[in-house]
Ligand binder design. Sequence first.
Ligand SMILES: [Zn+2]
Length: 204
Amino acid sequence: MTLQVKWEELADIKDELAARDWFMGTSGNLAIKVHVDPIEFLVTASGKDKKKRTSEDFLLVDSDGKPTANTHLKPSAETLLHCAIYRETKAGCSLHVHTVANNVISEIYGDEGKVDFQGIELIKAFGMWEEDAILSIPIIPNHAHIPKLTEALTPHLSTDKGAVLIRNHGITVWGKDGFEAKKLLEACEFLFQYQLALHQIHAK
Ligand SMILES: [Zn+2]
């Protein structure tokens, strides 16, 4: 029962993000926790067109990212990032997408290792209500070796919801459930597009 419910929840998110065109070139991967102890989660199967909805879109994996049952499907190459999130936090859903906006922002601010947002209404999505609150999104290097990339991500997994940019690669967000993770992802992409629009005005 839970598995079916979680599958539908993740499939709905995938449809919405696909409608936004956030899975270019089969990029991106999504995960949702199904079982807490031991950890089991659904993750997108590798190499699928995420604009289509099929019974082979996700597969169940364990805390090491290994399929829990015999299957011809392969978990996404970046499954270890989701493993780290479920190991280090209480998150129930984690989403990773590559967009032009998140790539350009990660390149502009990559040397600083973070990008800050202040005084913009949408940082409230992260639960920041104070007028002078600053949302700081870390930017980590894009190690091609996924275990090394996971190592770079892990120190930033100290809260149960958050976002990390991978330089010239994409963003990973996590939250207590699919609703929260998607909200954070949309808020981040809004902030990135806003920041890019500002840059364009200032460049003129
Ligand atoms: Zn990626």
